[in-house]
Design a binder for this molecule. Sequence first.
Ligand code: GSH
Length: 235
Amino acid sequence: ETPFFLDLSIVCVVLITRFGFQSVDLVGGAIGTRRDLARCKLITYYRASTNRSRSAQVDWFIAELDIEDKIKYVKMDMGQEEHKDPAKNAHPFFKVPCMKLDDKNETVIFESANILGYLAKRFDGFDLSEEQRREMESWTIWLNASFIPAVVNEKTRERGYESLDILENILKTRDFICTFNKFSVADVAVTYLLSSLARLLPGFPNFEESHPALAAYLAKNQAREAYQKTLVAQA
Ligand SMILES: N[C@@H](CCC(=O)N[C@@H](CS)C(=O)NCC(=O)O)C(=O)O
């Protein structure tokens, strides 16, 4: 009996002779076509052209996950207000970051906490349980929904800063922010946002003096290869 691959070679030879190479590509393409097509599709990531926006934490996490090859980057010059052009930015409110997914409906997702959570769930290799993911996302959501609104408002800023004492106590007892004590998307968000806010907000505590465990934690995370590659090298 003729082995399958010999059958296939005969078909190819006949096709080359009659129709040229293009037809052989078609035969090859027909094998597992659907799966290959799905693999080729990229996630479109709308981000600022500089690292001075929340896009930067998403870049860092993409580098941690080593999935740059799955992403099509659309960089927008915020100074030129390119992000406000509906032809360039899929975000319904014309902000960054935003992603158009590679699914059939090309679902658009926004809010950095949600984007980080999505990437963590889809690409994270840590083998986390659903409960651990919920714990992780509590931190990304807390930062955006509670901490940032508190510290950007002059009236509530001092109360907001008090939460940093709680972080300090947590980081005295473990290396990373979540109780499962592994590096996670929660550490990306906490590290990125605390170091950015430290530069932007008046009276932001000098962690070296006031919160040594937090200072050591930030320095350790900022020394990571993916952080250096994205946030330092591209600054
Ligand atoms: N809560 C949103 C905030 C998004 C946001 O305000 N992004 C800023 C950059 S950090 C932006 O796009 N600003 C441009 C504008 O408002 O026109 C998130 O975390 O994604």
